[in-house]
Structures are given as structure tokens and as C-alpha cells.
Design a protein around this ligand. Structure first.
Ligand code: PRX
Length: 684
């Protein structure tokens, strides 16, 4: 048996999942089929095998060519990479450019103004078609409106919007004036929004009255009002104005002088705007993501390198043919996938794409496939969770729709189990389409490891190979490359154009988080293994980060949310494997003395669970709600006081509890197992 990744040192950082994943991986490797590209596809593909050779021969020259071919520079760059201040990279640093110009204007100048940029499909069924020329007008107007509200180059703008066209326009308008945007997913709570606004010291917030979800209008602006309201002990926010898109028409509280309607601001604004040319290393956006500590990290991305890699990967990994393809990435703009593969990658490449506001099952479970049929979508990029849900609902649902337009399928965000992969290809891809399982992170900015359609013979469940220009490896505890068949830690050994440039306002944390485990090498936080061919298989996180439905959640952040509730004395959170969502959040809590009796019967335990789940939703957002909350008398701790999450994960996954000899009190696990209420699952 190939060795599983070794422990990361402290009790909380072993690679526990690798044990089980490795076992199932072995079964699957035995029966792995690979899917070679069809000769027809290979002949027409954007990516050819020579791309690997070109990048291997001279990696920096390769990236310089991509930057020149795919991006329009106002001032050309002369130096490709400056790594002298590692780990802060500078790519194409003396070049100047503008992201919005590259995404929109240059296509209009090239005579493509009438090409559809966005087919928007609202959840209630309303639609809107936006051409590149219209997008240019809207983005220019919005840029003028932002400037009129006092937003200047370098000021931060927080965007808190549903998946509507205005979200794309808002991001591009910020980019146009060189104001870094920080998009906060609309499912995050007012508290989460407040801390992100404060950390970024934002000057403006762009939001909407609400959005549509599962057939109903839900409100969004109240969360902004709450996030901006004075709070005891908190500094007043730096926000001067709130720009509000009218999406649902619902009543909205209004703060005179601060709040401005988006449509009023745009109507008053000129339709032309000269983009602000910025240096390649000018910040393009900050995107907050969960880490191993309670405080989300503001991942910083800059302009030139990010755009280069977003455009390069989008073109080659999805084989985009801009004049014929209809592309659809189902991610929300609140996540990095929405940044790189809804906004910047596709628009830089002049793609026509679909944007859909709602959920896949509303008003019926065939909604996505109806959209594929309606717009003749040819490239679909989504997460394994969605595919698993679709398979669960039944193959007969997609079978009702004409999906013959699809020619490339993509997957991102979590390990894609081979069953889901093969189902995706057979049921959605008509046994015909290549599938690209793309591994990357908020921090990497763009896809890093993925098959290339037309080149790679795809193996279900594996991201397989670093893209041309990317150097990745799987290493052991001493940073030694493991042999084929071995497991370890996924690292990126050379800088790449779209790499994060830091954590906003915290250089030390940046160095410590990513560059200290293996000095000089980027540690991704994922366990991985190499198969006998040297292909990479992702095994999940080896730190305290969970992956629920492809969304990153921090165990510590949810623990902090739980202990902030008055009845909770202590909490420990683990990610337990889940058939549908990959992992599910399971929390173990100790109640404070005077409340300890509240969970003594099933009704009481259920009431406590509901109360605490709602509390987590309020503190962080509904996506962070634990699926199960178990009230326990004790938590398993080492002598140094660290919670042994590994043992709790055994309990949560109904396994025999593993080695507990390092516990300070070895009877604790018996106490926990004996005292557990029958696990009740979540109500949503
Ligand atoms: O654990 C890996 C998992 O998602 C993490 C990154 O999460 P986030 O920054 O939210 O970005 C998600 C979208 C890019 C990684 O550390 N992950 C992402 N893609 C894959 C994956 N795990 C396995 N296979 C993938 N294709």
C-alpha cells in the first residue's frame, strides 16, 4: 500500500482523511479507465502537446508569450518575473494595462461589439442579453458613477450582490478606475460582511435590494445596513456611500446622503470613460477566504499576471472558441471561480456566456439542463456537489433535455469521485465530452492542475497534470519529492503569474501560512498522491479547513461562532465525509453549567441544535451551519490542551475511534460515545 501523507506534526494537522481516501483510491486505481481524446477533438483543440514542451524549454518566455498574446498592454513590459522579493512576486511589472479595457473595450474596437457577452437568466425567468458594446457602455457609466461618488484609484469597493449582470458591471467598473474590488458572497451574514468591510477599509459598498432564490425574493440590503450600523467597541466603518441595485423592487430602508440607487447614478453618468492605466502589479481585487484560524484572509490579486493566467487557462483548459462556443460557469461571483471564470477569463477571451441567478432545482430539478438546451451551452463548468445532486435526483431529468450542444465539461472545488465523474460524462456529456477536473485555489488565482482536453487521456477523479507553465509536486515531510505511487503534500515549486501577492495588510501571515511549512515553496494545504504514471490525485485538506459543497470553511471560525453563544462553553468542529456535499460540518459542544441540562432529552437536544445552527448562520452565514451538533460532556484533548479532531471525526463518521493514547484523559472518548444523543440530521 502506498504510504499516506505523513502527519503534519501537531495533533491537529495529520492527514487523517488520506487513510480512508487512499483505501478507496486504491480500489479505484485498479479499475481506472482513461478516456483518450477523440482524434477530431484533438485536431481542433486550442491546446496542443507542444505547449508542454514550449513551457518546459523556457518557462518565463512561455509566460511572456501568453501575456503578449492574450492581454493588451498600454505600455509593454520588459521584465517577465521579478522574484527578488520572494515570496512576493512581481510579474510583467513595468507593463501597464487596464483589466476592464481588456475584458470589454478591445473586443468592441476589434468590431465585435454586437457579440453577446452575457445571456442572463434570472431565477423568476426574466432574461436579458448584453452585447460587448452594451457592456462597454454600462461599465463606462458605472465607472463614471463611482468616480462621482468619490471613489479613486486604489480605494477599495465591497460588492455584495446576487448573480445579476450588475455584479459583473460593478467589478469591471472598479477595475476600470483601478479601485480594487472585494466581492463578498451574498450568503454571508451581516457580521461576516462587517468584518470584511472593516479589514479592507472599503469606501463604497455596492449591493441590491435583494435577489431571487428558490422562487422567492430575499433581501440583501438589510445585511449591509446592519454591517454599517454603529456597534459598541467597533471602529466606525470607512464606508461613505452604498450603491443599491434595484433587483426585486421590495421595500428597502434608506439612509439619506449615504444610499444611492444604482440606476439613478448610472443614468446621470456619461457613457464614455477613459480607463485608468495601472501598473501590472496594481491590486485588482481582494477576496476573503477561510483559513485555519478564525479570521478570514484577504487574498490579494494584482492585474497583469492574474489576467494573463485567467485568460490562458480559460482558453486552453476549456478549449474556448470565442466565435462559436456558449460557455457557462455556474459559480457565484462571490467565489474565486466566479472572478476568474465568470468575469475575467471568459470576458478577456471575448466569450459568450450564460449567467444564471438561481439554484439548480428551482422551479424544477431540470432547470440547469433547460438552460443548456435553451442557449445551446457548449462548455459547462461546475462543482462535483452539483453533479452528485443531479445524479441523486435521477438521470431521467437531464434526459428530457437536448444536451447535444455540450462539448467540454469542467469540474472544480473538491475532489471529484470517479462515480460522479463518469456519471457527469455519460449523463450530461452524452459519453462524448472531455471532462477537465481542475485543481486550484483562491490563492492560486487560476487553474493550476488539470487535464488539457484534446491532449490528456482523462482519468476519472484525478486532476492529473500541472498545466504548461506550472510546476507542482507531491512531497514528504522533508520536502522530498515522493516517488510515483507515493502520497504527501501538494506544493507549487515555482512562482506563477496569477499567484496571490499577499494577505491584505498582513505580510507575515502570508509568509507563515504558505511559505513556512516548506521554506521557499508554496504549500497548498492539500494532501495528494501520485499514481504510477505520476498523475496527481487530490486527497483533501490536511489542515483545519473543511470543504463543504466545494466551499471552504474553517473549523476554527465555526468554533468561534459557537462559543460566542451564551450557552456554549466549548466547541470543536470537524468535517465529516458526506455523500452529497463532500464534507459536512459536525460540531461537538459542551454547554455551560447552568444550561447543561437543556440537552438531556431528544427534544431539548433538537432545540439546542436549532438555536446554535441559527446562531452560526447569523455569525457567518447559512453555508456554515453545522449539519449536526452533538452535545457532549467533554472534548478529547492532548496533554497540551489541543483538541484531537481526528477522534471526533471518527465519531462523526461512525467509525471505531482510533488511537487515543495521547489523550490527557483516555476515558473521554467513552464518555462522549456513551453520552451521545442519537444523531439528528439537519432540516435544510
Ligand atoms: O482542497 C482544495 C479544493 O478546494 C480548495 C480551494 O478552495 P477555494 O480557495 O475555495 O477555491 C475553490 C475553487 C478554485 C483546495 O485547496 N479543490 C479545489 N479544486 C479541487 C479541489 N480538490 C480536489 N480537486 C479539485 N479539482
Amino acid at each position: 500500500r502506498p504510504s499516506a501523507p505523513a502527519g503534519r506534526g501537531p495533533e491537529n494537522h495529520p492527514a487523517p482523511d488520506a487513510r480512508d481516501t487512499t483505501a478507496s483510491l486504491e480500489n479505484l486505481l485498479n479499475e481506472t479507465r482513461s478516456f483518450p481524446p477523440s482524434p477530431e477533438f484533438a485536431a481542433q483543440a486550442n491546446a496542443q502537446p507542444e505547449l508542454y514542451e514550449e513551457a518546459r524549454a523556457d518557462r518565463l518566455a512561455f509566460w511572456a508569450r501568453q501575456a503578449n498574446d492574450l492581454v493588451t498592454w498600454q505600455t509593454p513590459f520588459t521584465e517577465t518575473l521579478d522574484w527578488s522579493q520572494a515570496p512576493v512576486a512581481r510579474w510583467f511589472a513595468d507593463g501597464t494595462l487596464n483589466a476592464a479595457y481588456n475584458a470589454v473595450d478591445r473586443h468592441v474596437e476589434a468590431g465585435l461589439g454586437d457579440r453577446v457577452a452575457i445571456h442572463f437568466e434570472g431565477e423568476p425567468g426574466d432574461t436579458r442579453t448584453v452585447t460587448y458594446a452594451e457592456l462597454q457602455r454600462d461599465v463606462s457609466r458605472a465607472a463614471n458613477a463611482l468616480a462621482a461618488l468619490g471613489v479613486e484609484t486604489g480605494d477599495r469597493v465591497v460588492i455584495y450582490l446576487p448573480m445579476v449582470v450588475e455584479a459583473v458591471v460593478a467589478m469591471l467598473a472598479c477595475a476600470r478606475i483601478g479601485a480594487p474590488h472585494s466581492v463578498v458572497f451574498g450568503g454571508f451574514s451581516a457580521d461576516a460582511l462587517r468584518s470584511r468591510i472593516a479589514d479592507a477599509e472599503a469606501k463604497l459598498v455596492i449591493t441590491a435590494d435583494g435577489g431571487y432564490r428558490r422562487g422567492a425574493a430575499s433581501a440583501l440590503k438589510p445585511a449591509v445596513d446592519e454591517a454599517l450600523a454603529p456597534k459598541d467597541g467597533a471602529e466606525p466603518t470607512t464606508v461613505e456611500h452604498v450603491l443599491v441595485v434595484r433587483r426585486t423592487g421590495q421595500d428597502t430602508a434608506w439612509t439619506e446622503g449615504r444610499d444611492v440607487w444604482w440606476h439613478d447614478a448610472l443614468e446621470a453618468a456619461d457613457t464614455t470613460h477613459t480607463p485608468v492605466w495601472v501598473e501590472a502589479e496594481h491590486p485588482l481585487f481582494i477576496l476573503y477566504t477561510s483559513g485555519t484560524t478564525g479570521k478570514p484572509k484577504g487574498i490579494l490579486h494584482t492585474t497583469g499576471g492574474y489576467l494573463t493566467q485567467a485568460a490562458y487557462t480559460h482558453r486552453n483548459v476549456f478549449d474556448l472558441k470565442a466565435d462559436t462556443d456558449v460557455y457557462w460557469c455556474t459559480a457565484d461571483i462571490g467565489w474565486v471561480t466566479g472572478h476568474s471564470y465568470v468575469v475575467y477569463g471568459p470576458l478577456l477571451n471575448g466569450a459568450t456566456q450564460v449567467i444564471y441567478e438561481g439554484t439548480p432545482d428551482s422551479p424544477h430539478q431540470g432547470r440547469w439542463w433547460e438552460i443548456v438546451e435553451k442557449y445551446r451551452v457548449s462548455i459547462l463548468y461546475t462543482a462535483p456537489t452539483a453533479i452528485r445532486a443531479c445524479m441523486k435526483w435521477g438521470e431521467e431529468i437531464p434526459a428530457k433535455f437536448d444536451l447535444s450542444s455540450l462539448r467540454v465539461l469542467g469540474s472544480v472545488g473538491e475532489p471529484s469521485n470517479p462515480e460522479a465523474w463518469t456519471g457527469y460524462r455519460r449523463v450530461i456529456g452524452g459519453d462524448r465530452t472531455p471532462i477537465v477536473d481542475t485543481w486550484w485555489q483562491t490563492e492560486t488565482g487560476a487553474i493550476m492542475i488539470s487535464p488539457l482536453p484534446g491532449v490528456t487521456a482523462a482519468k476519472p477523479g484525478s486532476a492529473q497534470v500541472p498545466l504548461p507553465g506550472i510546476v507542482a509536486d507531491v512531497v514528504d515531510d522533508e520536502a522530498r519529492s515522493v516517488p510515483n505511487g507515493g502520497g504527501g503534500y501538494l506544493v507549487l515549486s515555482e512562482p506563477w503569474p496569477s499567484m496571490l501577492r499577499g494577505i491584505w495588510g498582513d505580510l507575515e501571515r502570508f509568509k507563515d501560512t504558505y511559505w513556512s511549512r516548506f521554506p521557499g515553496i508554496y504549500f497548498a494545504g492539500d494532501g495528494a498522491k501520485k499514481d504510477e504514471d505520476g498523475d496527481i490525485w487530490l486527497l483533501g485538506r490536511v489542515d483545519d479547513v473543511m470543504n463543504v459543497s466545494g466551499h471552504r470553511l474553517s473549523t476554527t471560525e465555526i468554533e468561534s461562532a459557537l462559543v460566542s453563544h451564551e450557552i456554549v462553553a466549548e466547541a470543536a468542529v470537524v468535517g465529516a465525509s458526506d455523500d452529497l456535499t463532500g464534507q459536512a460540518v459536525v460540531a461537538f459542544v459542551i454547554l455551560r453549567g447552568e444550561h447543561a441540562g437543556r440537552a438531556s432529552d431528544a427534544d431539548g437536544a433538537a432545540a439546542v441544535q436549532t438555536e446554535l445552527r441559527n446562531h452560526v448562520a447569523k455569525e457567518i452565514g447559512p453555508i456554515a451551519k453545522p449539519k449536526r451538533i452533538l452535545v457532549v460532556p467533554e472534548l478529547p484533548k492532548t496533554r497540551s490542551g489541543k483538541i484531537m479532531r481526528r477522534l471526533l471525526r471518527d465519531v462523526a463518521e461512525n467509525r471505531t475511534v482510533g488511537d487515543a493514547t495521547t489523550l490527557a484523559d483516555s476515558s473521554v472518548m467513552e464518555l462522549i460515545s456513551a453520552g451521545l444523543q442519537k444523531p439528528s440530521s439537519s432540516d435544510d
